[in-house]
Design a binder for this molecule. Structure first.
Ligand code: PLP
Length: 403
């Protein structure tokens, strides 16, 4: 069980008022708020150990390097990876997926090859593959949806061909809050000898993930959705793929030796970490993951599932309510009558309630559902049932205003 009263005290931002009302922050799928220990970790770096990493023989550089590499070990443990050098720091999920599209695509894909993605993908797991399609002539196959907004696994099995080279799917839909059966998806792909990239942006904050159990070939997530700062993220990749892939960015740190005629590349993970890394963000990410572990990810998950279940139950009582799919995670998407999602979002904002409205960077899914967008409420460790009640009252008020 989580003690939300105590947890809330750790998040300075949550104490404020918005438009004169206590802030009810239900936009956690977009980004989570940060606990004081993460905020402190950032200022501590600049106050005590700031120096560029890896290159210096001097004390500060060595301490900063050690702190950054400890954070890599923390990430490795947090996601159950086999090796530290399989953890690559990026700017976030988007950059991690672009890295795979560019480096895996550049190394292994050629014209006529196929990549399978799904109907529920975020734009960041669609557009990188389209860019690759336009660059080298691959094609995309899309896993369709069943009537209840789940991935159609029978149809997925039929998408494989001799030319299938990669499957890239979201672990949890950022719109529907539905967990996809990624273990099954991975096992099916592997039975065809095809590797799988899992977009873990919406699962890592809510589900205990384990790379070795999942057997994912690549796994991407963003720090800012798991209580860490913005601008830092992770790509996990199996050594056998990362070793064989061409580098992504060129520059300092990713090289062994550079001559005008020829350059040789550094070992993993540095081959994929060109330039000065965001070591401050990395150290703070390590702190955020420690914070999650101190509360217990299973406890956080149970708390969020209960909030989602409660929210769905309460929402269903509102006339004209339309919930998309049956969420099992920490987010729920809905529409009420013919109220435009942006109008509902604006009214809720005036009541101090922060929800996300629009297409949620998943326009193809909106097209499939035949809607312009939804209102999405998404939960984190610090949210409460009282906040769900405030949301429900806010929606009821909006419904009356539009009646
Ligand atoms: N994938 C999913 C499922 C997401 O929900 C998001 C962000 O909302 C992303 C990818 C992109 O994450 P970022 O903007 O942190 O790179």
């Amino acid at each position: 069980m989580l003690n939300t009263d105590e947890i809330r005290k750790e998040f300075p931002i949550l104490g404020q008022k918005v438009h004169g009302k206590p802030l009810v922050y239900l936009d956690n799928a977009a980004t989570t708020q940060k606990p004081q220990c993460v905020i402190d970790a950032i200022s501590e770096v600049y106050c005590t150990i700031n120096a560029n990493v890896h290159r210096g023989v001097h004390h500060l550089s060595q301490v900063a390097t050690e702190a950054m590499e400890q954070a890599r070990t923390k990430v490795k443990e947090f996601i159950g990876a086999a090796n530290r050098h399989e953890i690559i720091f990026t700017r976030g999920t988007t950059e991690s997926i672009n890295l795979v599209a560019s480096s895996f695509g550049g190394t292994f894909l050629k014209s006529g090859d196929e990549v399978i993605i799904s109907s529920v993908e975020h734009h960041s797991n669609i557009v990188p593959w389209q860019l690759l399609r336009d660059r080298i002539g691959i094609s995309l196959r899309i896993i369709p949806l069943t009537a209840d907004c789940r991935l159609d696994i029978e149809a997925y099995k039929g998408l494989f061909s001799e030319r299938t080279k990669l499957v890239s799917v979201a672990h949890v839909s950022n719109v529907l809050g539905i967990t996809n059966p990624v273990k099954e998806i991975i096992d099916i792909a592997h039975s065809h000898g095809v590797p799988v990239l899992v977009d873990g942006a919406q699962s890592t904050p809510h589900i205990k993930v384990n790379m070795q159990e999942l057997d994912a070939d690549f796994f991407a997530f963003s720090g800012h959705k798991v209580y860490a700062p913005t601008g830092i993220g992770v790509l996990y990749g199996k050594e056998k793929w990362l070793d064989a892939m061409q580098p992504y960015h060129g520059g300092g740190e990713m090289i062994k030796s550079v001559h005008f005629e020829k350059t040789t590349f550094n070992e993993l993970p540095y081959k994929f970490e060109a330039g000065t890394p965001d070591y401050t963000g990395i150290i703070a990410l390590g702190k955020a993951l420690e914070w999650v572990e101190s509360k217990g990810i299973e406890n956080i998950a149970a708390h969020e599932h209960e909030l989602t279940r409660y929210a769905v139950e309460q929402l269903r009582g509102i006339e004209g309510m339309r919930i998309f799919g049956e969420p099992d995670g920490a987010a729920v998407s809905f529409l009420v009558g013919d109220i435009h999602p942006a109008d509902l979002g604006t009214i809720l904002d005036h009541l101090g309630i922060a929800v996300r409205t629009g297409h949620h960077c998943a326009q193809p899914l909106m097209e499939l559902l035949g809607i312009p967008g939804t209102v999405r409420a998404s939960f984190a460790a610090y949210n409460t049932k009282e906040e769900v009640d405030t949301l429900i009252k806010g929606i009821e008020r909006a419904v009356k205003m539009f009646a």
